[in-house]
Design a protein around this ligand. Structure first.
Ligand code: F6P
Length: 343
């Protein structure tokens, strides 16, 4: 078979591990020829493709980012995008396209599958908000980075008796904030799923300090909203090809309001793209490898139009349409656990 791979949307640790797994099993076991489209959906649109040899994936397992490059190109925003992709795939006689991405990339994949394109999806995003799978790879690595950041903030918060606000990613879902927050022992965690009330936030910090604590750590997801303010806090007004605004700034806004209302000296850290960079954890390396193997096996076992998914501890396949049924927000059970430690 002739298999092509693309990586779309925000990058994350584990993408290269998944590519490596597809290439290794495809060439060694199935005698496939494997190709890579460059820069997400821009690749099949611009016919930007290259063959991947076994030697190209050597040493790739621990490397962050993606050797194929990525973009937020939306082929359905491009004139005749669907037919251009079909034509370019035919030109190179691509039998199956493996699309590795989050809600946007796999949303496009689902649409293409409905239009007859032979495609398999692999779920990735540090946000872990994709419906149809328990975990996306990239998430565990980002949680480890958040946990380490909170550990580091603890010691300086304690020394200076300060409130430390940590802004983390998480556009629509608070998986990163709540999981990293629990792991790091955050004193307050604010997520997109529950609007927060600034009076409650300040009261909770005051309660803590009245009980003798001299510092606090607040983790806030970039997509969290305050009940008394309209909309999300964004960097500017621009939108990408999928209509997303650039989130960012809630941490600074929150820090300012906390300091004004409580009088506690407050500092803000925005973790940003540090969460998406660098080497994947062991968990993400293994998960990405299992997904890659699942995708190449699926290409040979008629799992077209499906996404590789983790259910319990087993790799399985779900329809790509699953990802278009809305995002997977956090379990209230997890948030309840986090709340046990708030004051
Ligand atoms: O898609 C995951 C994500 O990490 C979001 O949490 C975040 O809002 C977005 O990517 C930022 O992406 P970029 O700045 O790379 O466009």
């Amino acid at each position: 078979m002739r298999i092509a791979i693309l990586t779309g949307g925000g990058d994350c640790p584990g993408l290269n591990a998944a590519i490596r797994a597809i290439v290794k099993k495809g060439i060694k076991v199935y005698q496939d020829r494997i190709f890579g489209y460059h820069n997400g959906w821009a690749g099949p649109i611009n016919d930007d493709i290259g063959e991947i040899a076994l030697s190209d994936v050597s040493g790739l397992l621990p490397r962050g980012g993606t050797i194929l490059g990525t973009s937020r190109t939306n082929p359905f925003k491009i004139d005749n995008g669907l037919n251009i992709i079909k034509g370019n795939m035919e030109k190179h006689e691509i039998d199956v396209l493996v699309a590795i991405g989050g809600e946007d990339t796999l949303g496009v994949a689902a649409k293409l599958a409905r239009e007859g394109v032979k495609i398999i999806g692999i779920p990735k995003t540090i946000d872990n908000d994709l419906t149809g799978t328990v975990y996306t790879f990239g998430f565990d690595t980002a949680v480890s980075i958040i946990t380490e950041a909170i550990d580091r903030l603890h010691t300086t918060a304690e020394s200076h008796q300060r409130v430390m606000v940590l802004e983390v990613m998480g556009r629509h879902a608070g998986w990163l904030a709540v999981t990293g927050g629990i792991a790091g022992g955050a004193d307050l965690i604010l997520v997109p799923e529950e609007e927060f009330n600034i009076d409650d936030v300040c009261q909770s910090l005051k309660n803590r300090h009245e009980k003798g604590k001299t510092f606090s750590i607040v983790v806030v997801a970039e997509g969290a909203r305050s009940r008394d303010k309209d909309g999300l806090v964004t960097i500017d007004k621009s939108r990408d090809a999928f209509g997303h605004v650039k989130l960012g700034g809630i941490g600074h806004e929150l820090g300012k309001r906390i300091e004004e209302r409580t009088g506690f000296e407050t500092r803000v850290t925005v973790l940003g793209h540090v969460q998406r960079g660098g080497t994947p954890t062991a968990f993400d390396r293994v998960l990405a490898t299992r997904y890659g193997i699942g995708a190449i096996d699926g290409a040979h076992n008629n799992q077209l139009g499906k996404m590789v998914s983790l259910r319990g501890n087993r790799i399985t396949y779900v329809s790509l349409n699953t990802v278009t049924r809305g995002l997977k927000t956090i379990d209230s059970e997890l948030l309840d656990i986090a709340k046990v430690f708030f004051e």
